[in-house]
Design a protein around this ligand. Structure first.
Ligand code: ATP
Ligand code: MG
Length: 331
């Protein structure tokens, strides 16, 4: 049946437009590149596929991955007043500690004397409000035109989580997200900011590509854990930024090794140094490693990230070292 399905898809779309044709029992999912979107053709193809023996349901989905459309010449950049430099903290895979890294880096940059803003663009799981301790608080506007950024712990921040309801379906969030992100980035009274850190959504989808094209990002930091599976996705992340000509500031290995809080013993549970090797292979800087330690989690989830809660700890120092490399690279 597989080949039959592929032949039908091939009759409607050229191979360059097709990412995959997958079959899960009676369900068939055809993934096409967004650039090839043609609803009429897709509809006809769906009808045809539905008539194949054993097929119960056909879905056509579009992906922007791999074949990002080049920036349209007429599409403008989003102006973010007052902000000098912008870095994006990204990951190919979810749950690798991107937000934890973004908030701690923001605090480390602030500890090094920079005026810092943190922007949470993660529509799938906005976590900055939790990590900076203002969850559930709505943003205010004094003039009815611009929002005041949250000012918690010396960091000015804003989160897409304050505008996007986590309980609505992902598709809706995706469709509304770009507009909401543009509004939040450009209509906040940021004041004078040396460095804005953007906590990106995981992966390399539409939002990430749009942000990379519309915002003048000075550099991207890729967070990965040491497992192969995460590193494969980290490579995808690096390549996405390269494609849209955003410089890569480097890769951080998070949860690099486990540090036992009781005895201080170190265990390389996911293997070790994979991110460093990947960075070398990709010819991008390796920025440093952060261990897996319970205090990093409890402090971030408790609203005071470790760089602030334990400023003299080796963890805070590790973040500050990375922050100082980033400052050097941006200069
Ligand atoms: N170095 C670390 N040591 C211990 N816990 C960590 C570390 N880094 C992250 N965590 C914990 O792992 C969980 C996931 O981290 P985080 O939310 O930062 O990941 P993320 O990549 O932003 O995830 P998502 O893709 O969902 O946005 C959190 O509970 C966080 O506290
Ligand atoms: Mg996150």
């Amino acid at each position: 049946m597989e080949t039959e399905l592929q032949n039908i898809v091939g009759a409607y779309f050229p191979a360059s437009a097709v990412e995959s044709v997958k079959q899960f029992g009676g369900r068939v999912v055809v993934t096409l590149y967004a650039a090839a979107q043609d609803d009429a053709k897709a509809e006809e193809m769906t009808q045809k596929l539905s008539r194949v023996d054993g097929v119960k349901k056909v879905s056509v989905v579009y992906t922007a991955d791999k074949q990002a459309q080049p920036l349209q010449p007429d599409s403008g950049k989003w102006e973010i007043p007052g902000v000098k430099k912008i870095i994006a903290v990204a990951s190919g895979k979810g749950g690798v500690g991107k937000s934890t890294t973004a908030v701690n880096l923001a605090m480390a940059l602030s500890a090094l004397g920079k005026k810092v803003a943190l922007f949470d663009a993660d529509i799938y799981g906005p976590s900055v409000p939790t990590m900076l301790g203002y969850e559930g608080v709505a943003p205010v506007s004094y003039d009815g035109k611009t929002f005041q950024p949250f000012e918690y712990q010396d960091i000015k921040s804003m989160s897409i989580g304050t505008l996007i309801d986590r309980n609505v379906p992902l598709i809706w969030r995706g469709a509304k997200a770009c507009g909401a992100i543009e509004q939040l980035l450009t209509e906040v009274s940021w004041g004078e900011i040396d460095i804005m850190v953007i906590d990106m959504p995981p992966g390399t989808g539409d939002i990430q590509i749009t942000l990379s094209q519309r915002v003048n990002i000075d550099g991207a930091v890729i967070v990965s854990t040491p497992q192969d599976i995460a590193l494969i996705d980290a490579v995808k992340g690096v390549n996405m930024f390269k494609r849209v000509e955003v410089p890569i500031l480097g890769i951080i290995e998070n949860m690099s090794y486990y540090l036992c809080p009781k005895c201080g013993t170190r265990a390389d549970i996911f293997g070790h140094a994979g991110a460093k090797e990947t960075a070398q292979e990709l010819n991008v800087p390796f920025l440093g490693e952060i261990p897996l330690h319970i205090d990093i989690r409890t402090n971030a989830d408790g609203g005071t990230p470790i760089v602030r809660a334990q400023p003299e700890s080796p963890f805070a120092k590790a973040y500050k070292e990375i922050a100082s490399k980033i400052i050097d690279e941006l200069a």
